[in-house]
Design a protein around this ligand. Structure first.
Ligand code: HEM
Length: 215
């Protein structure tokens, strides 16, 4: 039962996650592409019933993982490289996703703003040594965990959907290239990015951390 609940919650969250990653990758083409996709699509996933479903599925998925570890806390002994990567990417996502949602959704949402492309650009300009590797790992781990998770979830519901390990790694490499390209876009290496420190998200963050007087 627990395995099926985890699979079902993972499938629900994966719909959001693949949309979100596609949105992120569009930034390689230009910030207007990112914002033009996110504004209408975000209206759907931030509609209270939908957002509750997405974030609820995420919480249920994480709780299932913790319960499974408590029941069978065996280490990675005997696991294949693919299974280990699934586990490690899941642990990484579990550790960072709460902070990510708080930073880009709950806190700005409370003040009535959205980060948009300029907000992500600001984080990269403000703390590049942290945010380039962080977003890169977030994008790659998110894609790998969701893609491999789809195969696992399909098998839990009796569906024989196969994705060979070499093909999974090829897809993962593609996701890594797209994530890197999107970060180069947000970071101003592909097209000019304006003054990200003047964006609403940047002004909010700088005010909250006391680096800018409140208006
Ligand atoms: C390079 C990678 C990523 C970047 C740059 C990024 C950036 C963002 C931004 C800017 C938002 C706010 C969206 C909006 O206002 O509509 C957001 C929301 C969110 N992100 Fe990410 N994200 C990345 C990867 C991920 C991954 C891998 C996950 C999950 C495993 C994730 C989970 C979420 C969630 C749950 C939300 C909140 C959705 C909502 O309730 O509106 N993100 N992200």
């Amino acid at each position: 039962m627990l395995l099926r609940i985890q699979a079902a919650s993972g499938l629900v969250f994966a719909v959001f996650l693949f949309t979100h990653l596609l949105n992120t990758w569009l930034s390689a083409l230009g910030a207007p592409w990112y914002d033009a996709f996110q504004r209408p699509v975000g209206t759907i996933y931030q509609w209270l019933p939908v957002e509750t479903l997405i974030l609820g599925a995420l919480v249920v998925h994480v709780v299932c993982a913790v319960l499974r570890w408590r029941r069978a806390p065996e280490g990675p002994v005997g696991l294949s490289v693919r299974q280990r990567l699934h586990r490690y990417s899941g642990i990484f996502l579990m550790v960072v996703v709460g902070g990510h949602v708080a930073a880009v959704r709950f806190i700005p949402g409370w003040y009535g703003i959205r980060p948009e492309a300029m907000g992500v650009s600001f984080t990269l300009q403000y703390l590049p040594g942290y945010f380039y590797p962080y977003y890169f790992l977030l994008g790659v781990s998110g894609f790998f965990h969701a893609a491999n998770g789809l195969v696992i979830a399909a098998s839990r519901f009796g569906c024989r959907f196969r994705l060979s390990t070499p093909n999974l790694y090829r897809l993962g490499t593609g996701a890594a290239v797209l994530t890197l390209a999107s970060l180069l876009g947000f970071g101003g290496w592909i097209y000019a990015v304006g003054d990200a420190f003047d964006a609403p998200f940047a002004r909010l963050v700088l005010e909250l951390i006391g680096e800018r007087p409140s208006a």
